[in-house]
Design a binder for this molecule. Structure first.
Ligand SMILES: C[S@@+](CC[C@H](N)C(=O)[O-])C[C@H]1O[C@@H](n2cnc3c(N)ncnc32)[C@H](O)[C@@H]1O
Length: 251
């Protein structure tokens, strides 16, 4: 099986329903909408900086990219999943999105949202959604004031390939913001490519340690914080996680 094979996980009907609800649906257990929250967090970190070009890698169905467009002139939302990008474009072009989420067994609930209801209608032209592999980014993707990768690194087949050259794509003093619950799984990332979550010479290596090893040469770590999130699987089953968000300023 090739290394790019495993990502079909994000092409299925069930993952589309899951991510539509995660991005555009209800909030559960009083935990704020995650993509809205991390986009707001990023905008707050960008407060006194240029906000011309932003790139969100692993944007899924696009909520955070739309949120960034409230303040950025141009936002590129990128994802490996063609179907996620299709959903984001469908919302952008048709201004409405309909989806069905599972309640129990074959019983589903129909949901609908619109650009107008979300407050994105007037800014939709600032957003562009494209299908791309984060581990094999073309050289044209550069000149960004912000690159955001939310819950992405532990889903990449070779996260180092994404991080090694990322500094070439960010403007001086621009930010790289990464969030992750660091839930490494061999289903997505072979163990030899994990950035952390293992022992080396008897010492724990955390993912933040791994990120520092790669990024500190070209970035300063300016903030680390937590952002919780809840993903609804069915009416009675939810995942509650806590992502760590690290903010890296290009030197
Ligand atoms: C856990 S989801 C997070 C999605 C979104 N950022 C969020 O927080 O809701 C991981 C995302 O990374 C995308 N992804 C996985 N491998 C990728 C790759 N090689 N290049 C670009 N995106 C990738 C998946 O398609 C999926 O949308």
């Amino acid at each position: 099986m090739s290394e790019i094979r495993k990502h079909n996980t994000y092409e299925t009907d069930s993952s589309i329903a899951l991510y539509c609800e995660f991005h555009y649906g209800d909030e559960y257990f009083n935990v704020a909408n995650f993509p809205k929250k991390y986009a707001e967090y990023a905008l707050q970190k960008m407060q006194y900086k240029n906000k011309i070009n932003a790139l969100e890698i692993g944007c899924a169905v696009g909520r955070a990219s739309f949120e960034l467009a409230h303040e950025f002139t141009q936002v590129t939302g990128m994802d490996f999943s063609a179907r996620f990008i299709q959903v984001a474009n469908q919302l952008k072009e048709n201004a409405t999105l309909r989806y069905a989420i599972p309640d129990e067994g074959d019983i589903v609930r129909y949901k609908e949202t619109s650009l107008k209801a979300l407050g994105f209608y007037s800014i939709k032209q600032r957003c562009h959604f494209i299908q791309q592999d984060a581990c094999d980014l073309k050289p044209i993707f550069q000149g960004y004031d912000l690159i955001l990768g939310a819950n992405l690194i532990d889903r990449l087949y070779q996260p180092r390939k994404f991080l090694d050259n990322i500094h070439h794509r960010i403007n001086d003093s621009g930010l790289l913001i990464l969030t992750s619950p660091y839930t490494w799984l061999e289903e997505f990332t072979e163990k030899r490519y994990w950035l952390g979550g293992y022992k080396q010479n008897g010492e724990n290596v955390t993912t933040l340690d791994g990120l520092k090893n790669i990024l500190l040469e070209h970035f300063e770590l300016i903030d680390v914080a937590d952002i919780p999130f809840v993903i609804r699987e069915t009416k009675r089953k939810f995942q509650h996680s806590i992502a760590e968000v690290s903010t890296w300023q290009k030197r």
